[in-house]
Structures are given as structure tokens and as C-alpha cells.
Ligand binder design. Sequence first.
Ligand SMILES: [Zn+2]
Length: 323
Amino acid sequence: MTTESRSHIPTMTRQGFLRGAAAASLLPCLPVLSKAHAAAIGVVEIAPGLFVHKGQHADVNAENAGDISNMSFIVGRESVAVIDTGGSARIGANLREAIAAATDRPIRYVINTHMHPDHVFGNAGFASAKPEFVAHHKMARGLSARAEGYLARNKEWMGDANFAGTEVILPATAVATTLDLDLGGRVLRLEARPTAHTDNDMTVLDTATGTLLLGDIAFSGRIPTIDGSIAGWLKLIAKLKSESVARVVPGHGPPSMSMSDALLPLERYLTAVATEVRAAIKDGKTLSETTETAALSEKDAWLLFAEHHKRNVTAAFAELEWE
Ligand SMILES: [Zn+2]
């Protein structure tokens, strides 16, 4: 049994960075992709009708145009659902080309696993297909609050040409608990999760193949980033570990993994950060002392450790000092 919760949120935020019809009229003006560029986006079929593109382990730059997170699509008898769209309209459009090469069925749903730009900025590449955009019920609020900063920074990092056509497209359908979407003989079970990586993480279970798409609840290879709650994330990992699925798709990492391969190194990292930050707080250490020392044993286990670890310690410190 699942309970359904759908509410309708305006596609554009109220804050005026998208100016209604004017912005909508820009959406068809997506970058025209050369065949060579479109062909550059590879997808693998990890289970029948379930395709994943693996994003690069890098921060956003001009070379990757925001192609740094995993994107997936699932083909049912009647329609297709896309799960995450990459970090720019260009990357979203590239994924759309890959979908068109795999199936002629229409794209009915575009599902975002959470608000981060590397998972949602490709939505603009799908707008002209007029899919139903779906996300966690807190996603629209979180993304709206940060949209201007996200847009400005990503444009700067990847450059104007790569960023062309990129807009914020918020979900029309908000999931507060769970929601089943039927692609025709193939039901996807969406589940809004409690605060972990962010406060708007949502998972997608492809019931036909027993594949759980975890979004950024799972990072493999590149260091995770804590933008929600380290305590909540560890609690969620403990719960997910007891669930039996055939395979999972992480938000960053290999296209297909076992649940334990996806979650155990992540759990070890988060546990090290939480344990050592709690000890530092107890010992009266300052935040800056703690960022220099906590969980350095994890340094060689993760790509981009130097870029993100101190910020994770800072986030954990701010959360855990109030325990
Ligand atoms: Zn994320």
C-alpha cells in the first residue's frame, strides 16, 4: 500500500528570476547539439529497459558542462521516465538524444532526486517534451531559495556557451510520502525520504527489476557532500541496508552497484566524521581546529577530498554541537 500525495506548485518560482511567459518562451532556444556531442553521452542498460549515464567525478567546469552526476531513464510499455537530468540544458538535451536513440516512446515524467544543480539543471533540455516534473515536496522550496546563486555560479564555472538555455524548472508534482507512477506495465515507486544528503531526497524503485535509484543518498568514489543532516543520513543508511533490492544506482559512482557496496564506504566516512566531530566538541576544540583534524583517515579513500571534506566537517560541527 502506498499513499499518494500530489500538490501543484507553480512551474516558475515566485522570486522573479524567471519571468513567466518570457522565460518559458526561451525554453525552445536550446543549444543545437552536434551529432558528435550528442554521441558523446554514453548510457548503459543495467537492467532491461533501465539505462544509466555515468557522470564524471569532477566539479562543474567548462569541459564537462555539468555532466558530473548519474542520469537514468526507464522505459515502460507506454512511456519513459527520466531520473535526474545533469547540470545544464545542454547535458539534459544530450540525454534526451540518447533516449530518442533507445526508444520512440514519449517522455512522460522527469523525476529529480533532489535540488542540487548537477541533478536538475538539465530539466530545461526536456521542457519542450512537456513531461510531468516530479520531486520531493520540499524540493521546490529548497531550489527556489538557492536558484539565483546556483544559476550564477554554474554559469561562471561552465561558461556562457555551455550554460545556454539553462533555467530552473520546478516540479509540478510534489511527493510528500510515496507515489506510484505507471509507465505501462512498469510501476515506479517514489519515496520522499527524511533529511539526509539534503532535506529533499527522494528515491525511485523500479519495481519491474528491483532497482533502487538512490540519487545522492549514495556517493561512490567521489566524496559525499553533507547538505542536510549527517545524523539523519546515517540513520537512513542503517534503514536502507536492511532493504533487499537487486541493485542500486548511486547519484555519483558506477551505474549499478549492490546496496552494500554503495552504502558501506559512505557509512564509514560519515561515521568517522560524526564520531571525530563529536569528540572534538566534547574536548572544547574550535571549529577551525576540528576542520584541520577530523576524519583525515578517509583522505585517500575519496576523490575530491581536499575540495569538500572541510565543508563536511563544518556542516557536521554546526549540526552536532546542538545535540
Ligand atoms: Zn547532491
